[in-house]
Design a protein around this ligand. Sequence first.
Ligand SMILES: [Zn+2]
Ligand SMILES: [Zn+2]
Length: 379
Amino acid sequence: MAKQDYYETLGVSRDVDDKALKSAFRKLAMQYHPDRNPDNTDAESKFKEINEAYEVLKDAEKRAAYDRYGHAAFEQGGPGGGHGGFGGGGFSGFGDIFEEMFGDMMGGGRGQSSGRGSDLRYNMEISLEDAFNGKKAQIEVPTSVHCGSCDGSGSKGGKPPSMCPSCHGRGKVRAQQGFFTIERTCPTCHGAGSVISDPCDNCGGTGRERKSKTLSVSVPAGVEDGTRIRLSGEGEAGLRGAPSGDLYIFLSIAPHRIFQREGANIFCRVPIPMTKAALGGEIEVPTVDGGRARIKVPEGTQSGNQFRLRGKGMSVMRTESRGDMFVEVAVETPVKLTKEQKEILKQFEAAGGGNVENHSPESQGFFSKVKDFFEDLTD
Ligand SMILES: [Zn+2]
Ligand SMILES: [Zn+2]
């Protein structure tokens, strides 16, 4: 499904200012807040969309990236391959696009965040059962950490860097271009304002080194497909001691063999024999918690009839409650009948069992519609 435009999601124009953006977001967030819409999965997903859109548009850099690249700006690097033992686990740097756009172009324009480490993305696929129970997982993330030899300073022996002679510590230099004076990132120190005269051997002066980090992730019970978990400061280390980026874990839930999930509810289709549907009886179905539930199937059950098992659905995040489970039965026509079985069915038919008017409610409905159809034609 195509993702809705973030501006449309918030109902604002593309040139909206920060104030109007914030008030549009507040209004919608109040309207769709889960506390105000209990058990309304539509409102819940709308609420999530609103939050996601605002998260991007309120941030000038992310908004600029979105304006330029659309949703693709945040979908850098797809699934990468197995890491840390997760089937669909993948890993990629998704801050790169920002680095590319703003790193050089704006230089010191990122203010204090200049040199901040890239945000990282980790794709994690979990099973529906894990989404139901919640999960504590260890992930292995290849990343950059502060260099141990120089303690992240980039300078040999941790010696403090000296002031950049080109920009005198400002990180920017002025250049005359026609009538204009243009301020740009200092080419000597790349905006840092300081230079390292004696770079650390281990990191070559960057203050960081490649390393794998093992992190614990706690996936809450009831989590939805597409949820992002942010581990603040667990992204790549910043340049020369600058703050680290964040790590975003993008969760996806693998399709299940038996169950389909819709918000808090679970759907499941179960075949039942024709005889049980006709005579009534009991069936046993698996539940997402790993248990079993029994359903009383009444006499004359039709294919497509649904049964509701209250409280047997998904767990709901941050609550003790659970959604419901819906079981749809599919009545099965028996195959490979023996001669004797066929004989019995023929007798059944001869005894009036195949009489549509008495015994086949769906056929009755259908044939009366067919009758109306032909009558309308002859009118
Ligand atoms: Zn170092
Ligand atoms: Zn400089």
